[in-house]
Design a protein around this ligand. Structure first.
Ligand code: PGA
Length: 251
């Protein structure tokens, strides 16, 4: 909730122009997405095209009806939305979304769209060495009865709550340890080959300086960028760094 309609649209256009004008970036084989607020979604969708996808920051799980203030999957599809973020820590902590609500949302959104499920522990939980327990509980509850036929639409984002908007990041090794744990939990829930194909991305104070060391870890498949995506120049720098790593690993 940072920008107005015209600010979001201009920012998206700057990012799109930066990517489209460079074959290095547009042909790197990366998936790049922008997730503006609901008010700006349609307008942003109109100023960008592939390889940039446009996503929403939330969705409601009911199909339609008297749910004042909410936005359905069909409404998102009708403006050309390409992906959805579900269970962001602000949804969990400020808007009291429970594991059960997030479970309903991720099952609905992934039936039609790529869906990013965010999980992460708070600072007190990390200090009490409960990170693994919390992550496991969130994933098991949030993906309870997740239909395997939609698994190709699932992306998991590890976002330690204490790293979001704080300029504090885990070390790449600390982040990698949790990503590996997530991969193992997914392997137990589905299967090893299925889990190895689920992108697990990292979010929390990602910027142009730290993105390379994070993305260089074997189980960190991408980044979910908040504050640094509000500056076109820095976001493009992050995309550029990711594109160089893509070329090296062929991913
Ligand atoms: P940040 O935000 O990059 O500003 O820490 C991440 C997020 O909100 O998901």
């Amino acid at each position: 909730m940072n920008l107005t309609l015209s600010e979001s649209t201009s920012l998206a256009k700057l990012i799109y122009d930066g990517v489209a004008s460079s074959s290095e970036l547009s042909d790197a084989g990366m998936v790049i997405g922008i997730a503006p607020d609901f008010v700006s979604l349609l307008s942003v969708k109109q100023v960008v095209s592939l390889p940039i996808l446009v996503g929403s920051q939330n969705v409601f799980y009911e199909e339609k009806g008297a749910f004042t203030g909410e936005t359905s999957l069909n409404m998102l599809l009708s403006v050309g939305c390409d992906f959805v973020i579900v269970g962001h820590s602000e949804r969990r902590h400020i808007f009291y979304e429970s594991d059960d609500v997030i479970n309903k949302k991720i099952k609905v959104s992934s039936s039609r769209l790529k869906s990013i499920l965010c999980v992460g522990e708070t600072l007190p939980e990390r200090k009490e060495e409960k990170t693994n327990e919390i992550i496991e509980k969130q994933i098991l509850n949030n993906l309870h009865a997740f239909p395997i036929k939609n698994i190709h639409n699932l992306i998991v984002a590890y976002e330690p709550v204490w790293a979001i908007g704080t300029n504090i990041t885990p070390t790449p090794k600390q982040a990698e340890d949790v990503h590996l744990l997530i991969r193992q939990i997914l392997a137990n829930m589905f299967s090893k080959p299925v889990a190895s194909n689920i992108p697990i991305i990292y979010g929390g104070s990602v910027n142009a300086n730290n993105v390379k060391s994070l993305l260089s870890m074997p189980n960190i498949d991408g980044a979910l960028v908040g504050g640094a995506s509000l500056k076109a120049g820095e976001f493009l720098e992050i995309i550029r760094t990711a594109s160089l790593l893509c070329k090296k690993t062929g991913e």
